[in-house]
Design a protein around this ligand. Sequence first.
Ligand code: NAD
Length: 435
Amino acid sequence: MSSSHTQANTAAVGGLSFLNPAAPEPWASFVEQIDRVAPHMGPLSKWVDTLKHPKRILIVDVPIVRDDGSVAHYEGYRVQHNLSRGPGKGGVRFHPAVTLNEVMALSGWMTIKNAAVNLPYGGAKGGIRIDPRAHSRGELQRITRRFTSEIGLIIGPEKDIPAPDVGTNEQTMAWMMDTYSMNVGSTATGVVTGKPIPLGGSLGRHEATGRGVFIAAREAGRRSNVPIAGARVVVQGFGNVGGIAARMFHEAGARVIALQDHSATLSNEAGIDVPAALAHAAANGGLAGFAGAAPISVEDFWLLSSDYLVPAALEGQILPERARTISTKIVVEGANGPTTPAADDILRDRGILVVPDVLANAGGVTVSYFEWVQDFSSFFWSEDEINARLERIMVGAFEAIWQMAEERKVSLRTATFIIACQRVLAAREQRGLYP
Ligand code: NAD
């Protein structure tokens, strides 16, 4: 049996995460989060189990001819967790640790996120277990095209609309759009979001997730008396989400004192010149070698004292052990699933506010929604219009969730799940069960 099959099977039956061997499987974390919200569902609680059963799972083999002429097989997934409120929506991840279990959890979080900010979407997610850095551009294109064709059975502008996630970008979306369009015989810009602007992409989409993370941080800080100006900020992950969020903190007068990516962990007490770090990472494929900050150990990174801590890399980063020693006021989850439920409880008991992923990083899918709407009407909005609408949706959602948290005396995560699950389960009840 190939190692890829062993991984997938282990992931499906439970056990520990491949990403971080000490972390529980992401799907187990998601189910636990659903269990926590069930008592708040009142008459809708009879539908709660729906959320513990992904609606549809597609596992595909992705074979390609490699540059050296050999044939390689990769395992890919598309999971549609819940489609009660509309077509599926969620990213596609290219990462060597992708498992079915992880994609299931990510699709579940998309259901919650889309409902939390009231977008007319269900939740979905996809991924391929590859290391994108280990492939040439030509191989990545062949992998993307074959994967798109294989999942073409279940995606489409009115069925399920992928977008970028870890290891994928605007170029990946352009290849996906082109492949789907070739297969259906007409240009279907609305099949994916996060496309390049000339191909029906939206202004502001590239920055939207990081911008939303910043808006969520600002709203939390305003209510908790932690001003952004002068704040000490630590950011894990320096890609699309972490890079933009760090830049926005920097521009707002915060001091970004530490950054970590796959290549380096760096700190500078005086504050890192974030634009210079971004330029270095863009030119060198990562932070390693950036001269504007000093290398520190991974564990020291998690011990730094800060006002805002932004995990914006991968799930399973804040486990109970780290939650007991983290020294920050507000955790703003740019990544999906960075904090396990047990760690969440410890942070709450220690008085550390957590702005959950399903709210904090919803800016990306919100502008993806704008992109999809613009594609349908072939009428494109200005960046100011997009940013203003994003601001309105994020601030409105934050306020409603904050109020729910105060009313029910629950965490922001549980409050977000309450609002989202009420919407999803009410839609399920109104639609009724087929047949
Ligand atoms: P990306 O590929 O652009 O960046 C990922 C970053 O994480 C890179 O800087 C990488 O070096 C770093 N990283 C990878 N492994 C690491 C490790 N072991 N330790 C430290 N850093 C590591 O991905 P992204 O789009 O920025 O996504 C980051 C997170 O945000 C993911 O959890 C993703 O699901 C979530 N998210 C992304 C979007 C989006 O629009 N891109 C939207 C919502 C949520």
